[in-house]
Design a protein around this ligand. Structure first.
Ligand code: FAD
Length: 317
């Protein structure tokens, strides 16, 4: 079922989860172990992130270096199929522009369509470590809007080879990312919102936000979106704090602010368990307020670790 149908049919706030494919060489059981306890909360859908290849330089016996591509977390499409099969829940693959030509994207979408996947989260992806800025494949997409346009065209039965006849229309519900604290490359919030509206106008059906730790940021973001005519559901994304290092890592990696009160509580915690407890209590307070405000769905970035998310939801329900 489409995310938008789940949302339209829901009487109360829904709770969804995001997991990472296991590292190459690990078993899919690690995914099941992360999902099993969370099924108690009847997630309408589970997202599976996509991680593009990275490059390493291997030294050869002649002293030269060979560039070698590695994928640390392959298997997104197969994991989606496994999740749908095991739990009868919708799985949402993240589809990114980076590393994909338009043909690669079309082929991936065809595979997903054959599998019965009805939702995708369309993203640009970040630059790879060796680049100074995001660089698309020669025939790839520069911005998510272009990727959405390709998916929306397939939904209308227009494939890259326009000469194809008697084609099957795909039927993807398309989600996109939104940034309550602005995407780090955008010169200002107004410009970022303009491009978010462009994504919706191109065919995005719903928005999932970047993580935030102050609900006020989410509420203000929703107001700003509504003011410029974005009417699609905006699903807030929450991430439980689980380690002291996150008070510097999260702002650095995700370009978000952490409230002083949260930082002070994490700093004062004197054990790993105490830090996790701070994250759980903060998550409970955020979830309760968002649920009370009637948000359509709360999306938890579990990072394939269920424990804190489980305790947050137990503390709320
Ligand atoms: P875009 O919407 O393309 O925007 C990128 C930047 O370009 C923004 O600054 C925007 O303002 C600007 N922009 C947009 N359109 C235009 C235009 N036409 N002209 C000029 N500027 C423009 N990354 C992964 O690699 N794998 C994942 O699985 C993944 N999952 C994610 C899930 C969520 C919910 C979120 C919030 C992020 C996720 N990311 C993931 C990270 C994401 O790929 C990065 O944040 C990336 O830097 C931007 O992606 P985007 O889709 O928002 O890009």
């Amino acid at each position: 079922m489409k995310v938008t149908d789940h949302i339209n049919q829901a009487k109360n706030t829904l709770y969804s989860f995001e997991i990472l494919p296991p590292l190459k060489g690990q078993n899919i059981q690690s995914i099941y172990d992360a999902i099993d306890p969370l099924m108690e909360f009847n997630p309408p859908f589970i997202d599976v992130t996509y991680h593009r290849e990275e490059y390493v330089y291997k030294k050869l016996s002649n002293g030269l270096h060979k560039r070698q591509s590695i994928r640390k977390r392959p298997g997104t499409v197969a994991i989606c199929a496994a999740i749908m099969n095991k739990y009868q829940v919708d799985a949402i693959p993240h589809i990114i522009c980076g590393g994909f030509s338009q043909d690669d994207t079309e082929n991936a979408l065809i595979d997903l369509q054959f599998l019965g996947v009805e939702n995708v989260l369309a993203l640009r992806g970040d630059k790879v470590k060796t680049e100074s800025s995001f660089t698309p494949e020669p025939d790839g997409h520069q911005y998510t809007t272009d990727l959405i346009t390709q998916i929306a065209k397939m939904n209308q039965g227009v494939y890259l080879d326009e000469a194809l006849q008697n084609v099957a229309k795909s039927n993807f519900c398309i989600g996109v990312a939104g940034y309550p604290e602005k995407h780090f490359e955008a010169p200002n919030m107004k410009t970022d919102l303009k491009y978010l509206k462009q994504k919706v106008d191109a065919g995005a059906d719903y928005i999932v936000t970047q993580m935030f730790f102050d609900n006020k940021k989410y509420f203000e973001f929703v107001d700003q979106c509504r003011e410029i005519g974005i009417t699609v559901p905006i699903v807030p994304g929450l991430k439980p704090i689980t380690a002291k290092s996150q008070i510097t890592n999260l702002p650095r990696n995700f370009h978000i602010d952490l409230p002083t009160e949260l930082v002070e509580a994490v700093e004062a915690a004197n054990s790993k368990d105490a830090v996790k407890q701070v994250g759980i209590e903060w998550g409970i307070q955020q979830t309760k307020e968002l649920t009370k405000a009637g948000v359509p769905c709360i999306h938890f970035y579990t990072m394939s670790r269920h424990s804190s998310t489980y305790k947050i939801l137990k503390g709320v329900l």
